[in-house]
Design a protein around this ligand. Structure first.
Ligand SMILES: Cc1cc2nc3c(=O)[nH]c(=O)nc-3n(C[C@H](O)[C@H](O)[C@H](O)COP(=O)(O)OP(=O)(O)OC[C@H]3O[C@@H](n4cnc5c(N)ncnc54)[C@H](O)[C@@H]3O)c2cc1C
Length: 377
């Protein structure tokens, strides 16, 4: 058995790395185990809500100093080209996951250890966790944070309900050189899905879309799908016509599940997408991952400081706080996604929002949180 840590974090994405920074700042020993080497690209819309900026600053992370683009406008369009442009109530910033995750990982490495390996098993016995990686190494800790994202080998190992269910959603993402405003995040509908466009650092445009596999599979390739389905939307047609791809080929993921998950499973405290994934059209998944890491870290620290070993109370408190903070956002997002992918609904929705512009900020606020300030609750 290898070194004993206070907390082992499985998965070094936004939730895992944020938890590591928060916990180590409070003198807890942390091990992060991440299966991929940093830096790496991830499938993501790469628009982050400003609600997390002050909290990230309290962890000495400043995305705007790394050329993140400040975004305060939203463009929504239906596939026939009906559209609206709206000021965002809080706004956000555009930064690639390549840059943001790497920034956090470098900061974590100043105080904690990150091992680049895949976790294959997590055992819990006599109030102690043993975490085993694919190279056979094992590590022990009092708490384990499951920050392994929306779908991981760990979900199957833990026999989580959603892991055996098929999902029709897949996603495609790539960076492009193209003319696009710095301050806009655009969401364009097409048959079977929707596509986000926004700028990231280095003046590149990130294009990321969610598509239904049943529509996708009627085409032979990604370029054909983009030409025949996405390009029916005049905004996407214009973008794809002028955009020069930077990646050799786009990144893809499939089986994206929006099923309900539990924030605690087999005593593992889940943060970020491992606890629940919000529909991407809300652009709030990353802020939620960071926020859930904050909530969880604060609870763990309180229990450590009070020398309490009442694991059950900790798990109950985290579940309650997670539900109180995020559950209604997930519900609203689920309703919105259903409406958004139905062309008739979207067209009427856009016309209504043009007539009553106050509606859109109210809906956005329902899927976002208030600004998260610092290390304190
Ligand atoms: C198509 C799409 C577009 C999106 N667009 C946006 C957007 O514009 N704005 C927004 O805010 N949110 C967006 N989201 C949501 C956002 O990407 C997620 O909510 C966010 O990445 C969650 O962070 P996380 O840390 O929970 O998971 P991740 O960032 O996925 O991190 C999980 C990590 O765990 C690692 N891992 C998994 N299994 C293991 C294992 N067994 N051992 C070790 N490591 C493991 C993975 O390699 C990964 O690095 C989008 C999501 C999708 C699907």
């Amino acid at each position: 058995m290898n070194a004993n840590y206070n907390i082992i974090i499985v998965g070094g994405g936004l939730a895992g790395l944020t938890s590591a920074l928060h916990l180590s700042k409070n003198n807890l020993s942390v091990l992060v185990i991440e299966k991929n080497a940093y830096p790496n690209h991830k499938v993501c819309g790469e628009y982050v809500s400003n609600e997390v900026l002050p909290y990230l600053a309290s962890l000495n992370i400043y995305p705007l100093k790394h050329q993140a683009k400040q975004i305060d406008k939203l463009i929504l369009s239906s596939k026939t080209g009906a559209y609206l442009q709206q000021q965002l109530p809080l706004g956000g910033f555009g930064i690639s996951r390549y840059c943001l995750d790497h920034l956090l990982a470098k900061k974590v490495k100043e105080t904690s250890t990150i091992i680049e390996e895949t976790v294959v098993k997590i055992n819990f016995e006599e109030n102690l966790f043993t975490v085993i990686t694919s190279d056979g190494a094992s590590f022990s800790s009092q708490y384990v944070i499951g920050a392994f994202g929306k779908r991981s080998n760990m979900d199957k190992t833990l026999d989580r309900d959603f892991a055996s269910k098929k999902s029709p959603w897949l996603a495609v993402k790539a960076h492009y050189k193209a003319a696009f405003p710095d301050d806009v995040v655009a969401l364009h509908h097409f048959n079977g899905g929707y596509c986000g466009l926004s700028k990231v650092e280095n003046n590149l445009v990130n294009m990321c879309y969610l598509a239904n596999y049943n529509v996708f599979k009627t085409h032979k390739s990604i370029p054909e799908f983009e030409q025949k389905e996405l390009s029916k939307n005049p905004f996407l047609k214009e973008f794809l016509h002028q955009a020069i791809p930077v990646f050799e080929r786009p990144l893809t993921i499939s089986q994206i599940s929006f099923e309900t998950k539990k924030p605690v499973e087999n005593h593992i405290l889940m943060a970020g997408d491992s606890a629940g994934l919000i529909h991407p059209l809300c652009g709030n998944g990353m802020a939620m991952a960071i926020h859930s890491a904050k909530i969880l870290s604060e609870i763990i620290i309180t229990f450590y400081n009070s020398k309490s070993i009442a694991r059950e109370s900790l798990e109950k408190e985290y579940t309650q706080k997670w539900n109180a903070t995020f559950k209604s956002r997930l519900k609203t997002a689920s309703v919105l996604q259903k409406m958004f992918i139905r062309p008739g609904f979207l067209y009427v929705g856009i016309q209504t929002a043009i007539r009553f512009p106050g509606i859109v900020p109210k809906i956005i606020q329902k899927t976002h949180g208030k600004t998260i300030h610092d290390l304190n609750p």
